[in-house]
Design a protein around this ligand. Structure first.
Ligand code: 13P
Length: 322
């Protein structure tokens, strides 16, 4: 950990020297979140990451998260250089929604408004009318429904089903899922709940409907953190990436947070709910993004014509949220 302290000190100096700011997601490891906080950066959900990166005066953004978050930052701030600890940090939702197939799906239903989750490539966003994150999906779909739009939704089938259930809107849905949230199991969660009946259950809507059904609060990472503060329970069972425990525990040190069970084959898996791509955002990788000889291994570029198209649905979301 002495070595870690040295890394942190070097990264802090480099951020200042390069007029760079660290923008981290709640699913990154605790030391990365702490570093973002200590250096005047941000740790937040995907909507706030986008807003923070766009509005911050720094010339350079270091985005610690997964690829679509770096792309979103670049789409919103083409004048900034955007680097990621690794460009390999992808997302199963993004991978499961290739632009060509998704476009064909959209083309087959030309009378539909296309709403996509932020967890998608720039190319898929460019095909969309609206981008949403989980913190604003319900409001935006409600709004579109009230205007009489028929909706195509992609790629997360569980979030899509949750939106349909909450808004009463039927949508044509893509069949994607997050590999982390898809693993939460209602049966095991039910058992854990009966062991700890005093605990409130917090669930991210990328989880299966059967798990969402057992929740006391459902929402984006920032909404779940808020619920963990506002609900009076002293104990919480949390069904989302375990990276979120850092902030929940920091804001409510006296409360107890336990992981919702995951896993197939009849066996529950402890500490499995952590995105392997989020986990790639370590201190070494962050330092590399600031000093590597070959920065092309870290820099996000988005083709300008594509960027302009992808900006429209992103701007719609941010203006709606404002
Ligand atoms: P939110 O932080 O917007 O809830 O998104 C979670 C997520 O899918 C990150 O990849």
């Amino acid at each position: 950990s002495e070595q870690k302290a040295e890394y942190k000190a070097r990264i802090k100096a480099l951020l200042a020297e390069k007029d760079a700011v660290l923008v981290a997601h709640y699913y990154t490891d605790p030391e990365i979140q702490a570093l973002a906080e200590e250096t005047g950066g941000c740790v937040s959900d995907s909507l706030e990451m986008a807003r923070f990166g766009r509005d911050h005066p720094a010339k350079t953004l270091i985005v610690a998260g997964v690829r679509f978050m770096g792309e979103t930052a670049k789409i919103l701030s083409p004048e900034k250089r955007v680097f990621m600890p690794t460009l390999e940090a992808t997302c199963s939702l993004d991978l499961g929604c290739p632009e060509k197939e998704f476009s064909e799906f959209c083309d087959a239903h030309p009378d539909h408004t296309v709403v996509v989750y932020a967890n998608t490539s720039a190319a898929v966003k460019a095909r969309a009318d609206w981008v949403v994150t989980s913190s604003i999906a319900l409001e935006i779909v409600d709004h579109l429904d009230s205007e009489g739009h028929k909706i195509i939704w992609g790629p997360d089938k569980h979030l899509g089903a949750y939106i349909e259930q909450q808004t009463g809107t039927e949508m044509l849905k893509w069949n994607g899922a997050c590999i982390v949230h898809d693993e939460f199991k209602a049966k095991h969660l039910h058992e854990l709940k009966s062991m700890y009946p005093q605990a409130a259950v917090l669930v991210h809507p990328e989880s299966p409907a059967s798990v969402i059904e057992l929740a006391d609060a459902v929402g984006s990472t920032s909404q779940l953190i808020k619920a963990s503060q506002e609900l009076e329970n002293e104990m919480f069972i949390v069904a989302t990436d375990k990276g979120i425990f850092y902030k929940m525990q920091q804001l409510a040190p006296h409360k107890t947070f336990i992981e919702a069970p995951t896993g197939g084959n009849g066996a529950t898996c402890k500490s499995c709910a952590h995105c392997p791509w989020m986990a790639m955002n370590g201190l070494v990788a962050i330092e590399n993004a600031l000093i590597a000889e070959d920065l092309s291994e870290h820099e996000i570029f988005v083709d300008e014509a594509l960027r302009e198209k992808a900006l429209l649905p992103l701007d719609r979301m941010l203006n709606f949220a404002a």
